[in-house]
Design a binder for this molecule. Structure first.
Ligand code: SAM
Length: 450
């Protein structure tokens, strides 16, 4: 058997059994197994594709299995899901998909289920993917239909609909869901002052410091290996630059990255600060993640200090900052294309707890702002409760708070015209901008020079 199927199975099992993250586990398994490029690509498509579309495959499998899927042995169910992805998503020849799945179920110690797996997958193979889709969608309409067809939990579809409707763009919902199912291109950031984008690839799409990797493992590029360039979504790049380039930097400015782990944006901010005589302080609540920030900043000639603590303590003391990045802990609904299983793991109940924390962190950031300073409130979620509603709450609590024209700032930074709604915040989208769905709002304290 091709080792790619076995590896894909192990990754899917670990995701379901021990809450592993596929995008962290798969690379280490691929390296361990020393798979060639083609087999590594196959293992990636098998595992990520199966996990992404799991809700859809479960609906189809339930049409072909005579008992509730919850009653199917978990190992066997994951073999079936992998088989379904090969037949319906990858259009692998039916005999190969069925035979390999039957072999796999034996290999993972469930030989007694070989006949069952054979039977179910043969049933799937007897109809075309289009026919299965028709059956799976029968009786569904509206968002419930989109949720099954594009394999997203309904509450996430509804949250996306609300966010797009708030821009008058509800018609883009299907395009957004489809974009979430496309693996993103690897984008790299060349840290300002340390590397130029042309050193690592073609110039990027929207960020002036981005490069598109030529393919292959970016870690093999010497500039990436040196830490002067690294993998980073272009939306994250624009979010960091929105703060550092919101206005000219005065030498001696003090900057704070309040929730810095693992340090992607901190590295961009620190490079920008170093080039203009400003200093950055990194803060992170979790010690291990603070260490990742230190590692991320180690490439700088004079690496910024990184402290461990709850960001909500800022503002209590006398320390004030001219620029503060609050890249808040969030649901991450804007980066689903990057994390294959994430959509099935998140719960609607996550949102309320996070938006409360986001509001408290934003209060602290506003308190800690020096006169005339700027806060960038950023999330990689477009959920209104984590974006506009957090900002609206802060306005209600801080009468002097001013929303800066963030689209004007981001547009001046971007390499091409961005389609942005008429508002004071920026909401980026995978389907429209090719970035994660980052939300960016620049805020000023309302006194001092703007
Ligand atoms: C969205 S991530 C930040 C990503 C980071 N800016 C980057 O670009 O690499 C949010 C971070 O906030 C941290 N965090 C959560 N609660 C926090 C708190 N109360 N104070 C400070 N950091 C917190 C999380 O551990 C996580 O590392």
């Amino acid at each position: 058997m091709n080792p790619a199927r076995r590896i894909a199975f192990e990754v899917i099992r670990a995701v379901h059994e021990s809450d592993s993250y596929a995008n962290l586990l798969l690379p280490s398994k691929l390296a361990q197994a020393r798979l060639g490029k083609a087999d590594a690509g196959l293992a990636t498509e098998l595992s990520y594709g199966t996990l992404r579309l799991q809700g859809y495959y479960d609906r189809v499998l339930q049409l072909a299995v005579d008992r509730p899927l919850a009653k199917v042995d978990p190992d066997v169910l994951d073999v079936l899901r992998l088989g379904a992805h090969q037949l319906l998503g990858m259009r692998i020849a039916p005999h190969a998909a069925v035979d390999e799945s039957a072999a796999l179920v034996g290999l993972v110690g469930k030989r007694s289920a070989t006949g069952f797996v054979n039977g179910v997958l043969r049933t799937l193979a007897r109809s075309s993917p289009e026919q299965w889709q028709e059956r799976a969608l029968a009786g569904l309409d509206g968002d419930a239909r989109l949720a099954v067809r594009d394999a997203h939990p309904l509450w996430i579809v509804e949250a996306f609909r609300d966010a797009l409707t708030a821009e008058g763009r509800a018609a883009e919902l299907a395009a957004l869901l489809e974009a979430d199912n496309e693996p993103p291109r690897v984008s790299l950031v060349a840290l300002p002052g340390l590397a130029a984008p042309a050193e690592v690839g073609e110039p990027g799409g929207v960020s002036p410091i981005a490069a598109r990797s030529a393919g292959g493992d970016p870690a093999g590029d010497p500039v990436v290996a040196s830490g002067r360039a690294r993998v980073q979504d272009e939306g994250s790049q624009l979010a960091a630059l929105a703060l550092s380039r919101a206005r000219p930097i005065r030498a001696g400015e003090r900057w704070l990255d309040m929730c810095a782990g693992p340090g992607g944006k901190a590295a961009v901010l620190a490079s920008e600060a170093a080039g203009a005589g400003a200093t950055l302080l990194g803060n992170e609540a979790i010690p291990a993640r603070a260490q990742l920030v230190r590692n991320a900043l180690a490439v700088l000639p004079d690496p910024p200090e990184v402290v461990v603590g709850d960001g909500r303590r800022f503002g209590e003391g006398d320390e004030r900052f001219d620029r503060i990045l609050l890249d808040a802990p969030c649901t991450g609904l804007g980066a689903l294309r990057r994390r294959p299983e994430a959509r099935w793991r998140k719960q609607p109940s996550d949102v309320a707890a996070l938006s409360k924390l986001q509001g408290e962190l934003l209060d602290a950031a506003i308190q800690a702002l020096a006169p005339g300073g700027v806060v960038a409130y950023v999330t990689c979620s477009p959920h209104l409760a984590e974006t506009r509603e957090v900002i609206a709450g802060a306005w209600a609590r801080h009468p002097g708070l001013v929303a800066l024209d963030t689209p004007a700032v981001v547009q001046a930074i971007a390499t091409r015209a961005l389609e942005l709604p008429a508002a004071l915040h920026v909401q980026l989208w995978p389907h429209r901008h090719g970035t994660d769905a980052m939300f960016i709002q620049l805020l000023g304290a309302g006194s001092g020079p703007h």
